[in-house]
Design a protein around this ligand. Structure first.
Ligand SMILES: *Cc1c(COP(=O)(O)O)cnc(C)c1O
Length: 363
C-alpha cells in the first residue's frame, strides 16, 4: 500500500489544462478578469455580496484589520487555540492580541472568558471556527454588538461549512478564507476576504492595491500595499471551485466512515459535529495526552501520516510571558490528532488507517 499522507494537494488534469490555456492566452499573470471570475464563484458559493481575493489568509486578516482601522492602542480578543496567524496579524497591525481560552466542545473562543478579558481598549474579536465547526458564531455576533466590538471571522478552515444555512465567514464585518495547500481548496497560496458592507469592501480593495481606487492609475486615496492575487492562481481556483461540492460531500462521508470504523475504541473522543452544517476540513480526534505521540509514531511506522493539533499559542516563544490561564486550549493541544484527511483517500485506505489505530489501542 502507498504511504498515506495526513494531507496532500488535490488537483488534476483540469487544473493543468486551465493553466496551459491561460498561458497560451497571453495574459498578464497578475489579477485581472480570471480573478474576478474566481471571486464571483466564491461569492455565489458562500453567499457573500463582496469578495476580494488576496495573497494568502494571513494577508486577508491584515487587510481586514487595516480596513477596520484596528491598530495601535487597540486590543483584539483571539482564541488561545488557533493557527498562529490569527494572533500574529493583530501584532503586525500594531494592536495587541488578548488570548482567551476556548470552549471544549467546539474549540472556539469561550464567550464567558471573553467577557472577563474585556477592557476599555478592546476593539474587536477574532472568532475562529475550528475545522468548520461553527461554535457559538451567532452568540458571538450578539456579544460583539452588545459590547461595541467589531466581529472578525478567521474562517480559513470553513469552506463548505455553515451555521443554520449561512456560510461561516459571512457573519461579521469581515471574514477570511485561506487557499494554502492543505486547505479545503488550494491555489498554492491565496486567500479571500468577505464583506457585507460595500464601503468596507471598496476600502479593502484599495488597501490591497497600493491604496489606488483604480488599477493602473497612480492616485493613492488611502495608505495601501500590494496584497494582490494572480490570474494564474485564479484559473486553478476556478477548477477547484467546480469540484468543491463533491469535495464537501466526500469530507462528510469520510468523517462518518472514520467514526464507524473506530466505533467502540474507548480512548478516542470525538468532538460533537453536526454534519448537516459542518464539512470537516480534517478528521480530528482526541486521545489521552500520554498516548498521542506514541500513536502518531506507531502510525508512521505503518506508513500513515498524522499531525498533532496546533500548540496553545501562549506556549509559543512569540507569546512567552503572556500570562493567563488556558486549561482547555492546553488540553486540546495535547490530546488532539489530525488523521489522514485527503479527499484522494479511498474507503479501503481509511479502513486500513482505522485498523492500525485499533491495533495500537488493543496492544
Ligand atoms: C491556514 C490558516 C490561516 C493562515 O492562512 P494562510 O493562507 O496560510 O496564510 C489563518 N488562520 C487559520 C485559522 C488557518 O487555518
Amino acid at each position: 500500500m502507498r504511504r498515506i499522507a495526513q494531507m496532500e494537494p488535490w488537483f488534476g488534469e483540469e487544473e493543468r489544462r486551465a493553466v496551459d490555456a491561460y498561458m497560451a492566452s497571453g495574459g498578464w499573470l497578475t489579477e485581472f478578469t480570471q480573478t474576478k471570475v474566481f471571486e464571483d464563484m466564491i461569492g455565489q458559493y458562500v453567499g457573500s455580496p463582496h469578495v476580494l481575493a488576496t495573497s494568502n489568509g494571513t494577508v486577508s486578516l491584515i487587510v481586514a484589520m487595516l480596513t477596520c482601522e484596528i491598530g495601535s492602542g487597540h486590543e483584539v480578543l483571539v482564541p488561545d487555540y488557533t493557527q498562529i496567524a490569527s494572533a500574529n496579524t493583530v501584532r503586525l497591525v500594531g494592536a495587541t492580541p488578548v488570548l482567551v481560552d476556548i470552549e471544549p466542545r467546539s474549540l472556539a473562543l469561550d464567550l464567558e472568558r471573553a467577557e472577563a478579558a474585556l477592557t476599555s481598549r478592546t476593539r474587536a474579536m477574532m472568532y475562529v471556527a475550528i475545522n468548520g465547526r461553527p461554535g457559538a458564531t451567532d452568540r458571538a455576533v450578539e456579544f460583539c454588538r452588545d459590547h461595541g466590538l467589531l466581529f472578525i471571522e478567521d474562517a480559513a478552515q470553513t469552506l463548505g461549512s455553515r451555521l443554520r444555512g449561512r456560510h461561516l465567514g459571512t457573519w461579521g464585518v469581515a471574514g477570511n478564507m485561506s487557499f494554502s495547500p492543505p486547505k479545503v481548496i488550494t491555489t498554492g497560496q491565496g486567500g479571500a476576504l468577505f464583506f457585507n458592507d460595500q464601503a468596507l469592501y471598496r476600502r479593502a480593495a484599495m488597501i490591497k492595491d497600493f491604496g489606488r481606487p483604480k488599477a493602473g492609475v497612480d492616485y493613492h486615496e488611502v495608505l495601501g500595499f500590494n496584497f494582490k492575487f494572480t490570474d494564474i492562481q485564479a484559473v486553478v481556483g476556478i477548477e477547484q471551485m467546480k469540484k468543491l461540492p463533491w469535495r464537501v460531500e466526500r469530507k462528510k462521508t469520510m468523517y462518518r466512515l472514520y467514526q464507524e470504523r473506530l466505533a467502540g475504541v474507548g480512548p478516542i473522543e470525538w468532538l460533537p459535529t453536526n454534519l448537516e452544517d459542518t464539512s470537516p476540513w480534517f478528521v480530528d480526534i482526541l486521545v489521552p495526552a500520554d498516548r498521542r505521540d506514541a500513536l502518531s509514531a506507531f502510525l508512521r511506522e505503518q506508513g500513515v501520516g498524522t499531525r498533532p493539533f496546533y500548540p496553545a499559542l501562549h506556549t509559543q516563544p512569540p507569546y512567552a510571558g503572556m500570562g493567563g490561564d488556558f486549561p482547555v486550549a492546553l488540553d486540546a493541544s495535547r490530546r488532539g490528532l489530525w488523521l489522514p484527511s485527503s479527499t484522494f483517500l479511498t474507503d479501503d485506505e481509511i479502513g486500513y488507517v482505522c485498523g492500525q489505530i485499533r491495533r495500537f489501542f488493543a496492544g
